[in-house]
Design a protein around this ligand. Sequence first.
Ligand code: SF4
Length: 243
Amino acid sequence: MKPQITYDTFVEDPFIDFEPNDATKGAESVLEWAYDTYGDSMIYACSFGAEGIVLIDMISKIKKDATVVFLDTGLHFPQTYELIDKVKKKYPGLRIQMKKPDLTVDEQAEKYGSALWKRQPDQCCYLRKIKPLEDTLSGAVSWLSGLRREQSPSRSKTNFVNKDDRFHSIKICPLIYWTWDDVWDYIKENNLDYNELHDHGYPSIGCFPCTQAVSAGGDSREGRWVGLQKTECGLHTVEKGGH
Ligand code: SF4
């Protein structure tokens, strides 16, 4: 294995001068480097959105037994769970883990009141997503994410390899140069299963209480946390809000 870059030794993205000119816009090279460098310890935190199934397909060609973690809040759409079942069958070697929060949805309602997502979505996201990922990444040196630069202004400066202050680790994002069209071209060309909600106006799919369909041509994340001052669950920001 190659020498590992860790949170404490990170200086800059080793791909800083890399100008990808291949069909995957550098994603394949970055994934090969990532698994060559971090091996079995690499964790892919997958939401099973469109980018997620692209990355899973690419990862399966590089590391058949890679670890994939889904943050199972207990509040996802049935279509999302159906997709995960299909992916598990298609890639039997992958170690797909369903990481659940400490509290069930009912236990959370008993402790914090019902529909916490309506009153304090940051706290709900902390309990059901961020804390479980903190637990998952505890002791891990690096993790993979499907962030793309064009998704939102807050993601526009994401590099292939990033120092992640939120989880004190290295966050690797192979798809930074991909457009939404690139994602769908790959899905169609490789005949991949995808969440059928994408065909019904849901470009970005999270928990059902916080996800709505968007108008044609709308921002890809416009349907998330509609009516709230919130655009991210907090996995990709450094603030430790909500708890
Ligand atoms: Fe809670 Fe909504 Fe965050 Fe899901 S997306 S954890 S329901 S606030």
